[in-house]
Design a protein around this ligand. Structure first.
Ligand code: IPM
Ligand code: MG
Length: 355
């Protein structure tokens, strides 16, 4: 019997639908080449949808997703929707917290040396994964405002970490390191934010169970510097929600920019969400010039999560081949234009998957 996976597709806003369609062309090719199937349900949630319906995103929507195997997300964000609304309701409190997707996995993968802005690096020097804690920290909290509008106005928000969550994410990161180069770096700011000592304690405690994985720790300011100067010193980074957000854009820049970076919001063994890390980029929407590489990378990560690791590796190789042959000229809109557009790029990758 052919294995079939149930997928949810959330194309979203702006360039989201275009890059998602491109990702699905590659998925089609992978299905045929590797002999599995997917059953896909498309959901309308987006800024457009919110402007039409003002429908909140909550438990009824999440209930539709819980029975699925994986979700592919394009991009959410619309210039006419109040700032932060979709981010808070759908991404942070909805998908990430609602589905308990506690690990945000953000590989920094250099598909082609020409994409690297650093001097004198080899292709293998930029190859790391940022594991970002995905449900705690200062994220998405209302915070408190007092004496609003007066010179004494004060705003505050709680930075909160629990031992259970910190242990869970650190354990996940050790597990991932074991499958890579056995080196885990904790990134925090425990010199200036003493509560983050919890992360150091947990690193030591959990690390005892992974004697084969070398561990170290670094403050986030220093980590930013070392990522630029010596990315090769990193294998897996585990860090807080906020620092992971910032470092993962830096990481994406080391591999050519947001156009190629993919991420997974993961809970092993449960429905998880895969997406390119770029946003909806309204100014490029509808022109077929957005790079689909991030969305295709998200398809590869999704395949890996589903257990189709052969197909995942084939998609990864196909992206590299498409860069090497010039079928993908680069990651900017003008490069995708020169390559014949978003769908043309996807078809080149799909062809390479077919072999
Ligand atoms: C990301 C994004 C989100 C985040 C925004 C859109 C809330 O920047 O996924 O990195 O900060 O987590
Ligand atoms: Mg971000």
């Amino acid at each position: 019997m052919t294995t079939s996976y149930r997928l949810g597709i959330i194309p979203g806003d702006g360039i989201g639908p275009e890059v998602t369609a491109a990702g699905l062309v590659v998925l089609d090719a992978a299905e045929r080449a590797f002999g599995f199937r997917t059953e896909r349900t498309t959901f309308p949630w987006s800024g457009e949808h919110w402007l039409r319906t003002h429908e909140p995103f909550g438990e009824p929507q999440l209930a539709l997703l819980r029975g699925l195997d994986a979700i592919l997300l394009g991009a959410l964000g619309h210039p006419n929707v109040p700032r932060g609304l979709l981010e808070r309701d759908i991404i942070i409190n909805g998908l990430r917290r609602g589905l308990d997707l506690y690990a945000n996995v953000r590989p920094v993968t250099l598909y082609d040396l020409r994409l690297c802005p650093l001097r004198d690096k080899r292709a293998t020097d930029v190859d790391l994964v940022i594991v970002r804690e995905n449900i705690e920290d200062v994220y998405g909290a209302e915070g408190i405002t007092t004496a609003a509008g007066t010179p004494g106005e004060a705003v505050s928000v709680e930075m909160r970490f629990t031992r259970a969550e910190t242990e869970r994410i650190v354990r996940f990161a050790f597990g991932l390191s074991r499958r890579r180069r056995q080196h885990l770096t904790l990134v925090d700011k425990s010199n200036a934010i003493p509560i983050q000592q919890l992360w150091r304690d947990v690193l030591e405690e959990v690390g005892g169970g992974y004697p084969d994985v070398e561990r170290d720790a670094m403050y986030v300011d220093a980590a930013s510097m070392w990522l630029v100067l010596h990315p090769e010193r990193f294998d897996v980074i585990v860090t807080t929600n906020l620092f992971g957000d910032i470092l993962s854009d830096l990481g994406a820049a080391l591999a050519g920019g947001l156009g190629s970076a993919a991420s997974g919001n993961v809970h092993p063994g449960r429905v998880s969400v895969f997406e390119p890390i770029h946003g909806s980029a309204p100014k490029y929407a509808g022109q077929g010039v957005a790079s689909p590489v991030g969305a295709i990378g998200a398809v590869a990560m999704m395949l890996d999560h589903l257990g189709e690791s052969g197909a995942a590796a084939a998609v990864d190789r196909a992206i590299r081949a498409a860069f090497a042959s010039g079928a993908i000229a680069g990651l900017e809109a003008r490069d995708t234009g020169r390559s014949g557009g978003t769908m043309k790029v996807a078809e080149s990758v799909a062809n390479a998957v077919r072999g």
